[in-house]
Design a protein around this ligand. Structure first.
Ligand SMILES: Cc1ncc(C[n+]2csc(CCOP(=O)(O)OP(=O)(O)O)c2C)c(N)n1
Length: 580
């Protein structure tokens, strides 16, 4: 239909593809799009965030929850520049997101015009496709390619759209092509599968280690574990699928890990990596034979040398592989790892039990209580920082639960905006943001978005008054902590001031009631828990160097007259020291 406005065409195409909203802040060159959304009579919505970064995080979360394309936008220059951190996160998470980076008028490009940046250069690294649309004629096909690429490659596309192009009229009928959303069924060749089956049949101590890419194959992975009597460990992105009650659970590996996964992987004679790009080489074993299966071939062998690398979808591959593998009858290795895992999980309870007399509140107890009270289909978003640790250790997955975080990009401030996107996608589900006080305050303005957009997100704040994770890093490195303190804030009072129910908890005995109130609230609510700034989480496998680091810090602090701090930390964490 030539004669249609470019902006109307974009709205029509997005809505027609099932996009429900654009997360954005209005502004100048973006106005034609904004106005087309207004005129669309609700076919496409506008989710008004306070900061474009929040919009990009929200779009990334929506896409992760639905598997469908989600859209965010920013106005020229600073407006779209604000998207960048959230787009890196979405791209790293494999979330299909289209970002509309509105741009100055074409006639001004290259003249150092007001608000001029070069988004087509800026967003290259965090996208699969990023192009400037220079004419209205180019737009329909460019939009199609952007959407198709985001869906096919599972990541970000950036459409750089000058305001004059957005406001122009289409000289052609557009480009109404089908967009393919399903992924092909990919599996290794029969010969490769026979090689893998041979490796597995020859192993006496096989171990499975799974990432997000194995999530959809959960039932088949459990079948494989049962057939070959293999303990099953997972990465943080795999946890939501595999940290569910099952007899093969060996826990999570990595700095935030727990349970027997690390030990099992190091004692294995065959490690099978399924759909994981787990990056921490220090936690992967040396000298163990490794087979890796991943849909993305470039991931094979880049973290650990492989005996065999295979390209394939995990479910599709296991379906064909399982009949080729013999059943093992010796489960002694699995049993040993299971016992070890049980002991390790019991140790974690030490942080949760017998807390009644402890002050300030233990964050571990807060996380464990939330895990117990939250629904079986809740969506949790966890902030980067110590909150990630509490989420990793104390949240359980279930068939219906989701756990989102900035697991690859590792950005602070992710939890609240991701909760916004998750709640928009799933208005009837319980969505809980587990926020750090540092993380939350980075995008605090978007707490108001919950009230403005009437999103019933529940925000649980681990308010420890410090940038805790970095403080811990400094201590591990043997440095006295510096610039990690945060000015005390009563977030419950702030919530109330912006029209959100606010609950403040300062004592252990009030944690459960506080969380019950939070979860029972009809609309958005905030529960601000004053947690122990000294709580530290020792990695599951503490190295000698790390212990030396702590000791050095303690000595330096004592020499500087801070013996009281050393004493406080020792007192709080004595419970963390593994007992013989
Ligand atoms: C945007 C960004 N800035 C800085 C960092 C480095 N960093 C990682 S965790 C962290 C501290 C987080 O503090 P807070 O949100 O209060 O949570 P806590 O660790 O105290 O639980 C910092 C500064 C980061 N990952 N992302």
């Amino acid at each position: 239909m030539s004669g249609q406005k470019v902006s109307d065409y974009i709205v029509e195409r997005l809505a027609g593809f099932g996009v429900e909203r654009i997360y954005a802040v209005v502004g100048d060159s973006l106005n034609p799009i904004t106005d087309a959304v207004r005129r669309s009579d609700g076919k496409l919505g506008w989710l008004h965030v306070r900061h474009e970064e929040a919009g990009a995080f929200a779009a990334g979360a929506e896409a992760q929850v639905t598997g469908k394309l989600a859209v965010c936008a920013g106005s020229a220059g600073p407006g779209n520049l604000h998207l960048i951190n959230g787009l890196y996160d979405a791209h790293g998470s494999g979330a299909p997101v289209l970002a509309i980076a509105s741009h100055i008028n074409t006639a001004e490009i290259g003249s150092e015009f007001h608000q001029e940046t070069h988004p087509e250069q800026l967003f290259q690294e965090c996208s699969h496709w990023c192009e400037l649309v220079a004419t209205p004629e180019q737009l329909p096909r460019a939009l199609h390619i952007a959407m198709q690429t985001a869906m096919a490659k599972r990541g970000v596309s950036v459409l750089v759209l000058p305001g004059d192009v957005a406001g122009a009229t289409l000289p052609n009928d557009g480009w109404r092509s089908h967009i393919a959303v399903s992924r092909p069924l990919v599996r290794p060749t029969d010969a490769d599968l026979r090689t893998l089956a041979g490796l597995i049949d020859g192993a006496t101590k096989p171990v499975l280690f799974c990432g997000a890419g194995a999530g959809e194959a959960r039932e088949l992975v459990l079948k494989l574990a049962a057939r070959i009597k293999a303990p099953l460990g997972y990465s943080f992105r795999g946890k939501e699928h595999f940290h569910t009650p099952n007899e093969f659970d060996a826990g999570m590996s990595g700095l935030l890990g727990f349970g027997a996964a690390y030990q099992a992987m190091h004692e294995a004679d065959l490690l099978i990596l399924l759909g994981t790009d787990f990056p921490y080489r220090d936690f992967l074993p040396d000298g163990v034979r490794v087979a890796q299966l991943d849909l993305e071939g470039e991931r094979l062998g880049r973290r650990v040398p492989l005996e065999l690398g295979l390209v394939g979808d995990v479910a599709e591959t296991l379906r064909v592989l399982l009949p080729l593998i013999g059943e093992k009858d010796d489960s002694s290795f699995l049993e040993r790892q299971r016992k070890h895992h049980e002991r390790e999980v019991e140790k974690l309870q030490v942080y949760v039990d017998h807390v009644a007399r402890q002050h300030p509140v233990h964050p571990e107890y807060v996380a464990a209580t939330l895990d117990r009270l939250a629904r079986d289909d809740a969506i949790f978003t966890v902030d980067t920082g110590m909150t990630t640790v509490w989420g990793a250790r104390y949240l359980h997955g279930s068939d219906g639960r989701r756990i989102l975080g900035s697991f690859k990009h590792g950005s602070m401030a992710n939890a609240l905006p991701q909760a916004i996107g998750a709640q928009c996608a799933e208005p009837d589900r319980q969505v809980i943001s587990m926020s750090g006080d540092g993380g939350l305050t980075m995008l605090l303005g978007d707490m108001i978005t919950l009230a403005q957009e009437d999103l019933p997100v529940k925000v649980l704040i681990f308010n420890n008054g410090v940038l805790g994770m970095v403080r811990l890093e400094m201590q591990v490195a043997g440095l006295p902590d510096f610039q990690t303190e945060l000015h005390p804030v009563d977030f419950a009072a702030i919530a109330e001031a912006v029209g959100i129910k606010g609950i403040r908890v300062e004592r252990h005995e009030d944690v459960e009631d506080g969380l019950r109130d939070l979860l029972a609230a009809k609309g958005p609510a905030v529960c601000d828990v004053a947690t122990d700034p000294e709580a530290l989480s020792l990695p599951p496998n503490v190295t000698f160097d790390q212990v030396k680091g702590f000791a050095r810090t303690a000595v330096k602090k004592s020499l500087n007259g801070h013996i009281d701090e050393v004493w406080e930390q020792a007192k709080t964490n004595i419970r963390n020291v593994p007992r013989p």
